[in-house]
Ligand binder design. Sequence first.
Ligand code: GTP
Ligand code: MG
Length: 466
Amino acid sequence: MDFDQTIVAISTAPGVGAIAVVRLSGANALPILSAIFRHLGSGSGAAYFKSHQAKHGFIFDSRDQQTVDEVVVTPFLSPHSYTGEDVIEISCHGNPLIARKVVGLCLAQGARLAQAGEFTRRAFLNGKIDLTQAEAVLDLIQAKTELSSQAALSVLKGDLGRQVEIVREDLKQLLTAVVASIDFPDEVDQLANEEVEVIVDKSLRKLKELAKTANAGKYLREGLRLAIVGRPNAGKSSLLNCLLKVERAIVTDIPGTTRDSLEEQLEFNGIPIVLVDTAGIRNTDDHVEKLGIDRTKQVLQDSHLVLLVGDIICGWQEEEKEILHAIKNKNWILLWNKCDLASTSKTPDIALGEEQNKDKKPLAQLAISAKTGAGIEQLIAAVEKEVFAEGKVQEKAASLNTRQAALCEKAIEALQLVKKTLGYGMPHDCLATDLKTALDNLSEIAGTTVSEEVITSVFANFCIGK
Ligand SMILES: Nc1nc2c(ncn2[C@@H]2O[C@H](COP(=O)(O)OP(=O)(O)OP(=O)(O)O)[C@@H](O)[C@H]2O)c(=O)[nH]1
Ligand SMILES: [Mg+2]
């Protein structure tokens, strides 16, 4: 990719709208604009445009002297722009044909079409933002709920980058001191093991705190896939309808009503949820129902969390044991539905079966009623608790994405090795490699040192024009 060239793209969504914005970025943005822009007042050429000052005028095609559109252009001159280069935003009327024509004129003047995410990539390469902020731009565009967008905004403001930078700075100083004492033993005293340990422990504490946000980060970005499973007639479809507050799924008292899985999106206090109602699991000779049960098993595999719905009157039976077997290693919440019919709100006893160890225990067991709505608030709270580690609501807080979390884990591992080395009483030369590994991984989070391959994969998901 040639970053010296001036790029152009339509930055607004495809389709008809009130306005469409065509964006140019690069050293030739102003000369290109000057060649296709006319206005009624005095002044001309690149000097006519001032940074951050909108100008009214017309885009014209010099080949036939035809006016293409009446526009407002806003220059953001380097370095005070999104990309750090000269950026021009041309707001034209929101007809895709017009916007495409304007882009065509820019191309004819020597611009090239921007690749997906290239404006943001240039902002990163020009040091306007770090890699966590670039990723947050994408998260913000794609945020499904208010809470997701607040979390993305927090990273965009640099909160995550700053937290990582504090740890990186401490470790950099530590590594410098360790290496100095190895290289110049006569001039620089070796740090006491306790001093090293204090810094390593502090860094580990901070990184572990950050690592805990990865769970919330993942679900706030991608949404939590929540599978509703259980025996036929337990009230799974009724629960879906109750949570959606609309009669979406067919509900009858005939066991085996739901054949195909049904997926709906909603949010639990700002957490984006993909809720999937499934066919009840049981032994059956019905061919169609069997196919439905196969789908249920697929839904289970793809889910992040499972709601196992039982019937409070029937209690825990062989059916539930078998369903639990199909849930495999997924986290699950046990819901005892139809509590409006029960004389007590006490949840039935459960026997998990011998092959299941205690890790298979439900995260929570609740008595609910899909009919009256009893217990639904507690259900939402239990899901929230699973998303926000240890029940700590870290809303609005910067959270790690999958790429960053993997690097954070590697940094933690390296620091744990440093502690081990110290514990064995090994010489300080042995600390340097692991300290450097920790530092390298932290540098990669913010993109201070990062490979071309990683940058390409980060920007691969962006849309053109951003
Ligand atoms: N009293 C009471 N009845 C309920 C409740 N939830 C569901 N039902 C009834 O139980 C029956 C089965 O409900 P469904 O929601 O269709 O059950 P399901 O689990 O989706 O059943 P399948 O699709 O056959 O697997 C219906 O007659 C519902 O009205 C509840 O909380 N209380
Ligand atoms: Mg159903």
